[in-house]
Design a protein around this ligand. Structure first.
Ligand SMILES: CC(=O)SCCNC(=O)CCNC(=O)[C@H](O)C(C)(C)COP(=O)(O)OP(=O)(O)OC[C@H]1O[C@@H](n2cnc3c(N)ncnc32)[C@H](O)[C@@H]1OP(=O)(O)O
Ligand SMILES: O=C(O)CCC(=O)C(=O)O
Length: 405
């Protein structure tokens, strides 16, 4: 199947003015994702996830926060030494000890973060902006002197005065060689318009590549991430199944599929997404909601008669992209909303062939049964109903014969 037959391209994009996207993905499932309350990945699990991300073509993997524990440090080090194509990154506070831990892990990039919002300066650090920026600079200098590539990350950037962000980024950029500056929407306050504004403003004032790290407190993390990309952000942060602090982060599966459908970026192996999602569900103990985009159980499940009738002719009538594109499977369900064409197609596909009258009787039974049970019906129940219908038709047929004798 050709690429263009796998999905409908959003042709309205042709009417929108935006900067051509020049992006890479930094997946933070193994760091921010693991900060989901109650989630603890084993070394084997983290290695397996990192390997999948690498195979998928993800450019940067944030493997962890080494100072959290000795085991965490051991895992980050092992991931960094796997020889993956993905570059390996880890988190560090603006503290020498954290940078030392990163150095011990052999990572490619260390993400040194500070918050510069009034809220965090006052209640978290009890220190001034100048003090914290000083700490950040010391840590950055120490890291770069020791050969580490650095991302300078502004935590809570979306609640920080823009001029303060610009000043900090400019000073750091002028004094050190950093690879990235990062904007974190730590509490998920942004919307696509304000994300675009924030990134555009920073884009105008720095020469360093910009990263965007979005949280989903208002359900806009994916949209904000894409708005940031349109405004010039280079590195987009994601997590598998959108796991992460509170409402989670921008979802890897949503961002990758949106990049393809909206912007034609097709270099990632999206066919691995469903398997990776199942892997994270198992390892984290958190299953995405059934209606979760791309990987939810219902992402390619259809019941409505009008939809299924059309899908049997051409799935793209009611599917933006085909399940094969993300390693998923289509599932046609028989329930209250099933129509005759759909039922005929479904029963034919499982080896049954009914006359028109039998089909009408079956659909009646399906409706009554699903309304009584308040749920759709299983294949087994469907087969039982087909048997019942056939028996009833036979009985009424022989009765008619008797009557006509
Ligand atoms: C937005 C984010 O996701 S940030 C990352 C959040 N992730 C985590 O917190 C990972 C899990 N955390 C941990 O295991 C622990 O909190 C550790 C190992 C990081 C630190 O543990 P502790 O040394 O016991 O410190 P504790 O957690 O009590 O407090 C955090 C300290 O870090 C300081 N701190 C927080 N962020 C920064 C920063 N970016 N730069 C410098 N110091 C910082 C706080 O001000 C506080 O300092 P204080 O002890 O002088 O008050
Ligand atoms: O910006 C970053 O890279 C990390 C910060 C972060 O995790 C957050 O603020 O939620």
């Amino acid at each position: 199947m050709s690429e263009s037959e796998q999905y409908s391209r959003n042709t309205l994009m042709d009417f929108i003015e935006y900067r051509p996207l020049d992006i890479e993905i930094c997946d933070v499932t193994l760091r921010d994702g693991e900060q989901t309350p109650g989630v603890v990945f084993t070394k084997e699990q983290k290695l397996a996830v990192a390997s999948e991300l690498d195979s998928m073509g993800i450019e940067v993997i944030e493997a962890g926060f080494p100072v959290v524990s000795a085991y965490e440090k051991e895992i980050v080090k092992e991931i960094a030494n796997q020889g993956f194509n993905s570059r390996i990154c880890c988190l560090s506070r603006a503290v020498k000890g954290d940078v030392d831990a990163a150095l011990e892990c052999d990572v490619d990039i260390v993400s040194i973060f500070i918050a510069m919002s009034d809220m965090h300066l006052k209640y978290k650090y009890h220190r001034s902006f100048e003090d914290m920026l000083g700490c950040a600079k010391e840590a950055i200098e120490y890291a770069t002197d020791h050969g580490l590539k650095v991302r300078f990350a502004a935590e809570d950037a979306s609640r920080t005065p823009i001029d303060r962000l610009k000043q900090a980024f400019k000073e750091v950029e002028n004094e050190y060689k950093v690879q990235y500056v990062s904007l974190a929407d730590t509490v998920g306050i942004l919307n696509p318009a304000t994300t675009h504004y924030l990134v555009s403003e920073i884009f105008k004032s720095v020469n360093t590549s910009i990263c965007i790290h979005c949280h989903d407190d208002l359900g806009m993390a994916t949209a904000n991430t894409l708005a940031a990309a349109e405004a010039g952000a280079k590195q987009l942060h994601t997590t598998v199944n959108a796991i992460g602090e509170r409402a989670g982060n921008a979802s890897l599966e949503e961002v990758l599929v949106a990049l393809r459908v909206q912007y034609g970026i097709d270099r990632y192996d999206t066919t691995r997404l469903t398997a990776l999602s199942r892997m994270i569900s198992e390892y984290s103990g958190i299953t995405p909601s059934v209606n979760k985009a791309v990987v939810g159980q219902n992402a390619f499940t259809h019941e409505s008669g009008i939809h299924v009738a059309a899908i049997l002719e051409e799935p793209r009538t009611y599917e933006l992209f085909l399940p094969e594109m993300v390693g998923g499977k289509r599932n046609l369900v028989v329930g209250k909303h099933t129509g005759t064409k759909a039922l005929k197609g479904i029963i034919n596909s499982i080896g049954f062939c009914l006359e028109r009258e039998e089909l009408c009787a079956l659909i009646e039974k399906v409706k009554v049964c699903t309304e009584e049970k308040h749920k759709s019906i299983s294949r087994e129940q469907l087969e039982k109903l087909i048997t019942q219908v056939r028996q009833e038709q036979e009985t009424s047929g022989s009765r008619e014969e008797k009557f006509s004798i």
